[in-house]
Design a protein around this ligand. Structure first.
Ligand code: ADP
Ligand code: UDP
Length: 237
């Protein structure tokens, strides 16, 4: 399958149409951004690691019954996916307190969250992705009530699968962000799952192995992503 026209170029990926109207090619670039695009750098190998990582996770999720857009990885930096009508919301689940939850509520980083916290954010960089709730989604028509319920149950179902997967690699899945879209009358998981959109800590030392290394200027960003891939047994060549 070959790229046709560029449909969209985001902060980390470019999206291309193909000869098949139902399929897109996602290109994972080396661009790395934080703080709604304020901090941007090129990190060698990032696009490739995230493409391999995402392919592995999406296949694991599909095998666990969580339908998603992933079809196949076709090169180091590209994968074919189903073309979704994306909903403009981000779904976040948190198992341990970190990031904006700590800043917003004054909770100490690392506190265990039982049951896990679920949050919706509006996907809008200009507004800095504000937190929203079901009432906003209903009033502004960003998703139907049924889709809201599905996003909540699917995002939590992902937690059950991935917490165990990362635990087997001696890692804690601290939090993560998912995006969903409509496809032939169904709601499918879209976008990506990679260390760019989740927090992963070493289970013993709590060393950060995700994009917080970039956000906080800790260095060794891609080395950490590769370490996570290695612990999960994802072959990177
Ligand atoms: P951003 O838009 O946040 O800068 P990216 O650089 O990752 O993010 O861009 C990828 C874009 O592609 C996102 O806007 C995402 O919602 C969209 N997208 C992801 N998967 C699909 C899909 N299967 N169909 C259509 N759009 C998708
Ligand atoms: N996240 C993301 N994209 C966003 C916002 C958040 O992938 O636009 C991820 C982030 O990597 C983390 C989780 O969602 O794993 C929760 O992020 P948080 O709300 O703590 O925001 P942050 O501190 O990253 O601004």
């Amino acid at each position: 399958m070959k790229r046709k026209d560029i449909l969209y170029s985001g902060k980390a990926k470019s999206v291309y149409t193909t000869d098949d109207a139902d399929r897109l090619i996602l290109e994972f670039r080396d661009d790395t951004s934080a703080f709604d695009g304020e901090k941007v750098e090129q990190l060698a190998r990032k696009g490739r690691v995230n493409n391999y990582f995402n392919a592995f996770i999406m296949q694991k999720l599909a095998a666990a019954g969580i339908e998603n857009h992933f079809i196949e990885r076709i090169s180091d930096n590209e994968s074919v996916v189903r073309r979704l009508e994306m909903l403009p919301v981000e779904c976040v689940v948190r198992n341990l307190a970190a990031g904006s939850l700590c800043r917003r509520l004054g909770i100490e980083e690392g506190r265990e969250l039982k049951p896990p916290v679920f949050e919706f954010f509006l996907k809008n960089d200009a507004l800095h992705d504000p937190m929203i709730n079901e009432s906003h989604i209903r009033t502004f028509g960003w998703a139907t009530d049924e889709e809201v319920a599905q996003m909540q149950s699917l995002t939590l179902a992902v937690n059950t699968v991935l917490r165990d997967l990362f635990a087997a690699g001696n890692m804690l899945l601290v939090d993560y962000k998912l995006e969903f879209g409509r496809y032939q009358g169904r709601l499918l998981l879209g976008d990506e799952f990679s260390p760019d959109g989740c927090r992963l800590w070493d289970a013993q030392t709590r060393e950060k192995l995700d994009k917080d290394r970039f956000r906080q200027g800790l260095g060794g960003v891609i080395e950490a992503y590769e370490e996570v891939a290695h612990r999960l047994g994802i072959p990177l060549d």
